[in-house]
Design a protein around this ligand. Sequence first.
Ligand code: NAD
Ligand code: DAU
Length: 331
Amino acid sequence: MKVLVTGGAGFIGANFVHQTVRERPDAQVTVLDALTYAGDRSSLDGVAGRIELVEGSIADAPLVDRLVGESDLVVHFAAESHNDNSLDDPSPFVQTNLVGTFTLLEAVRRHAVRFHHISTDEVYGDLSLDTPDRFTPETPYNPSSPYSATKAGSDLLVRAWVRSFGVQATISNCSNNYGPYQHIEKFIPRQITNLIDGVRPRLYGAGLNVRDWIHVEDHNSAVWTIIEKGQVGETYLIGADGETSNLDVVRTLLEIFGRDADDFDHVTDRPGHDLRYAIDASRLRTELGWSPRYTDFRAGLQATVEWYRSNDSWWRPAKAATEAKYAASGQ
Ligand code: NAD
Ligand code: DAU
């Protein structure tokens, strides 16, 4: 089977490519990635001889048409993915997340190629801290940031292309991922690399916001489950019951590093900061028989800390510029 992976040099896409090469020798993988600041060719070093990496944009219609025409399946990870960046400049988010997804949809329509669209729980907005409510596939869309609004729009494009043109697509909306190869602008790797450098972690606001953490390997095993067993036209929520406050994440990291529990700083909060995300993944578990393997969050964090300790050369070149950008907005 020929699989086109968009955004395969980014965090989740690169892990997906590694997992696919490791576990599915029948899959012939081509990665289409624009290698933006978030994409890193070296994230695919371990599989370099086994895959093809094409540098280009998902909004480049002729390129996309050719690559999709040569594929049996497209797994679409490519996106501008960071909320803080979308508040600074929403324009690449519209271009990649909306125009790029539209370009892919037109190509899979022309060539009748199976499509899986990777999306986020953020399309549902946020939940309050004091209810047991969780997101389900029936939760109304209510995105808060330019990032989540463009992801919501891309989901709706996929749904319309399924209904109007009979495109063979599935959608998954996953919660916050952690694990190897995550860009150090994101919360967990930012704090890990700060702690490696002896710098105090930075918590936005009071740190009470809750995210529903899932290991990236579990996200990707769920994606393959949906591709193989999911019903075309359907949306599946992916989560692993990992609700944790940002404060608790920082405290666990401080404990792993042998630092004092209060050895962190509160910094300027994110405008419009979503309070809480929580996924009800019962459909994926009961209908498709998926379950996560990484159920011990502390152990997963410890392994992630070890990965960043052992891969200084992967993240170090981006650290100073990433922190300078945060410092400019008081974060
Ligand atoms: P990332 O920012 O680490 O990687 C994105 C990749 O897309 C990069 O390699 C980048 O170079 C590439 N890219 C950007 N614009 C492109 C373009 N125009 N054409 C081709 N490639 C382009 O993102 P991630 O965290 O790996 O997220 C991957 C997908 O998963 C996104 O669709 C995101 O919305 C979704 N998602 C992420 C999370 C999370 O916790 N990180 C959770 C749920 C869903
Ligand atoms: O829920 C899925 C989403 O998770 C994905 O769709 C996004 O692509 C991904 O970036 C992530 O979005 P978040 O905004 O939740 O992730 P981020 O890592 O930016 O922040 C996680 C939480 O930590 C959030 O409440 C903000 C907070 N935070 C973040 C940073 C960078 C801090 O407290 N301090 C920080 O330094």
